[in-house]
Ligand binder design. Structure first.
Ligand code: PEP
Ligand code: MN
Length: 359
């Protein structure tokens, strides 16, 4: 149920409603909107509940939530959720660019990447320290040493760090270094892990499972929201189909579809979504055209020698070119994007004045 409070209701009435819902053995989620306060009531529906809630002071109306996901649904919160951490802003008209290698490999590799992606306009650095690999014999990541390298890169560049947490027991360790916790595609339905990241105060980037439906993705997000963490970013990273010209099939219709169903921001990962470096620039800019709130792109200073996913990684120059392409599309669709440091001062000032980029 959604309890829509009256426009001019008092804080005491909201507090009373919260107590009332709890006393009925249900869970209240208060969402303070620009227009009015809404309380999502989570728990089994029962006869007379609607009437009981409707007659509580301060209530305007009580409506059923039709979607199976409740807190994630746009019915409950029509305004888009904007996730902000350090210089990274995802949603609300901002395009957040998260770029970096598949795996953190060495100090030289991560520092060179961080400096270059920042100069090209990225606001967050990605890099796996705990890697989910298909084969147990493949490189599994540098673990805490990798997290330390990411933190050092953040120290120098100011970029927010986005990194994957593979297991529930690793959440406290990864949370000590990360600004955003990434839940990988393979773990999208690891419900205990979702609850664990839901209990942290860090934003979570939730990747779509390669065979998960949109509804399953939104229900996975619901686990994180229900555990108390409102900062969830959804990530379309491609799904498995019969098609094999690309590593996965990247369905960009997910972006407007998710925007219609949820207030959560949506980013696209064209690197895993295509599995081919040469397809990434156009699919990145196509994602921006489709309305994505951000991009997650694999970038490596020397993709040929990358320990993982080199075949889908952009080199530093290719990334710079991709950002230029995305910037043009962002301007056309009215999205704000961080200005590139190599963009040139005059051009940056003109673009900022136009409202197309953020200085
Ligand atoms: C990654 O981002 O490097 C990764 C392993 O992605 P996914 O979970 O989407 O396969
Ligand atoms: Mn990868």
């Amino acid at each position: 149920m959604i309890v829509v409070m009256r426009r001019n209701c008092s804080q005491a009435e909201v507090a009373h409603m919260v107590e009332r819902v709890e006393s009925l053995g249900l869970k209240p989620h208060v969402l303070v909107g620009v227009e009015r306060t809404v309380i999502a009531v989570i728990g089994p529906e029962r006869d007379g509940l609607k009437e009981t809630l409707e007659t509580t002071p301060g209530v305007s109306e009580v409506l059923p939530i039709l979607a199976p996901y409740k807190i994630a649904s746009r019915e409950v919160k029509p305004e888009p959720t904007v996730v902000r951490v350090r210089g990274l802003t995802v949603g609300g008209g901002h395009l957040g660019v998260i770029a970096g290698p598949c795996s953190v490999e060495s100090e030289e590799q991560i520092m060179a990447t961080a400096r270059a992606v920042k100069a090209a306009g990225a606001t967050a650095l990605r890099g796996g320290a705990f890697k989910p690999r298909t084969s147990p014999y493949s490189f599994q990541g540098l673990k805490e040493a990798g997290l330390q390298l990411l933190a050092a890169a953040r120290e120098e560049t100011g970029l927010a760090v986005v990194t994957e947490v593979l297991a529930t027991e690793d959440v406290p360790l990864v949370a000590r270094y990360a600004d955003v916790l990434q839940i990988g595609a393979r773990n999208m339905q690891n419900y205990r892990l979702l609850e664990a990241v839901g209990r942290t105060t860090l934003p979570v980037l939730l990747k779509r499972g390669p065979s998960a439906t949109m509804e399953e993705l939104l229900l996975a997000a619901e686990y994180i929201l229900d555990a108390g963490n409102p900062q969830v970013i959804l990530c379309e990273r491609g799904i498995r189909t019969f098609e094999n010209h690309t590593r996965f099939t990247l369905p960009l219709a997910s972006v407007p579809y998710l925007h219609a169903k949820t207030h959560l921001p949506v980013v696209v990962d064209p690197s895993h979504g295509t599995g081919h470096t040469w397809l990434v620039p156009e699919m990145a800019s196509a994602s921006v055209a489709a309305g994505a709130d951000g991009l997650l792109i694999e970038v490596h200073p020397d993709p040929e020698h990358a320990v993982s996913d080199g075949y889908q990684s952009l080199n530093l120059e290719q990334f710079r070119h991709t950002m230029e392409l995305c910037r043009r599309v962002a301007r056309a669709v009215g999205k704000m994007m961080n200005a590139s440091l190599c963009y040139g001062e005059a051009a940056t000032a003109a673009a900022v004045a136009e409202g197309a980029v953020r200085a």
